[in-house]
Design a binder for this molecule. Structure first.
Ligand SMILES: [Zn+2]
Ligand SMILES: [Zn+2]
Length: 364
């Protein structure tokens, strides 16, 4: 492959207090240990739309978004030019207690590419620490490659829950992460999976994507409905009027009302995994947590093994871009893409840095 010429300036998306802007900036130059990557696609995450509306606890405006990104290596640190890569976006210091213990996602001095960093993947080019790259297998097209990072989040959450094989699962929220969790939990052998969602459209979507039942999250008896739906179909359905508890509840919304529901569903002996980014503090019914021996587990991002598992799940077709990528916008129209993503009708919205790139695989 011939050496690619790199333009002196390029376009980068910025999330600002005045909305989404596309700015012209100098093309970054890789430093020692870094790689220059030419972006193919970058996904818009719920955390991006939250950040734009000032509802993300750890992202401050302005920032350079794009942590769900795939592209081609241009130059740097011994990687072959043209190699297809995705970024594992948190940027650990590699030196603190957590990093030395292999828990880089809990680094005491954690940076985050595309969130708390001077660069993100919503740009024509970016540079990043070569250690944060994963190779994208050739059989995954670019749109599928953009799902590796979002899929790694539920993979990690299920790992932290201790797995879901033969267990009953409730998932609160039928947005992108809820639907990805549903597919991963199914692939990992969950016995029964019930989702909750506030909108009828999202409940229908959850059923189409394979939930055993979908419950209206706004119903006053939502907890009992979920417990009854979990008890259905079990050989010894002794659940009674209030059904049976969920072994694992994944709270993908993480607000006061969903956390109370999650604890009610997990009662007794269950695990509540907080997967969504909470917009603020909530209160916890501690007597129930203690007396019913409920475990509350936070789940933050992922580790390299979760990326590897996500790639395998995409290879196996557990999750497909045809179902999950519902809109692709050109990078130059990022503002429109963010509005589309915040509108609630899409699952995953991608920005494509080149026309027609999203559905393409590498040219031979
Ligand atoms: Zn994300
Ligand atoms: Zn560290």
């Amino acid at each position: 492959m011939s050496v690619e010429s790199v333009p002196a300036t390029m376009h980068r998306v910025m999330g600002t207090a005045d909305g989404v802007r596309v700015v012209e900036v100098p093309t970054p130059v890789p430093g020692p240990g870094e790689v220059l990557v030419r972006t193919a696609v970058a996904g818009i995450c719920g955390s991006d739309t939250h950040a734009l509306h000032g509802r993300h606890p750890f992202i401050t405006l302005p920032y350079a978004p794009g942590h769900e990104v795939a592209g081609r290596v241009v130059a740097g640190d011994g990687r072959p030019a043209g190699q297809r890569v995705t970024v594992e976006p948190f940027l650990p210091c590699w030196d603190c207690k957590q990093c030395r213990a292999g828990r880089q996602n809990l680094c005491e001095r954690l940076g985050f590419f595309g969130c708390a960093h001077d660069q993100g993947g919503m740009a024509e080019y970016f540079t990043v620490d070569a250690r944060r790259l994963h190779v994208v297998p050739d059989e995954l097209d670019w749109a599928t490659a953009a799902l590796i990072e979002p899929l790694a989040t539920p993979v990690h959450a299920i790992r932290l829950a201790g797995g879901v094989r033969d267990r009953t699962v409730a998932i609160l929220g039928a947005g992108t992460i809820g639907l990805l969790l549903l597919r991963v939990a199914r692939a990992h052998g969950a016995r029964r999976i019930v989702l909750t969602a506030r909108s009828a459209a999202n409940r229908d979507r959850a059923l189409r994507f394979g939930a055993d039942a979908a419950v209206d999250a706004t119903a006053p008896d939502a907890i009992d409905r979920v417990r009854r739906a979990l008890a259905e179909g079990t050989p010894s359905a002794r659940g009674g009027a209030s059904g049976e508890s969920a072994d694992v509840v994944f709270d993908c919304v993480a607000e006061q009302d969903t956390l109370l529901q999650a604890i009610g569903m997990a009662d007794k002996g269950g695990t509540v995994v907080v997967v969504g980014v909470p917009p603020g503090d909530v209160s916890v019914p501690l007597p129930v947590v203690q007396d019913s021996q409920i475990r509350i587990q936070g789940s933050a991002t992922y580790l390299p093994e979760d990326f590897a598992d996500a790639i395998e799940l995409l290879r196996a077709g557990t999750v497909t871009a045809a179902e999950f990528v519902t809109a692709v916008w050109p990078l130059a129209e990022a503002a429109g893409a963010f509005r589309d993503a915040a509108g609630g009708g899409q699952i995953k919205v991608l920005l494509a840095a080149e026309p027609g790139v999203a559905g393409s695989r590498p040219a031979a």
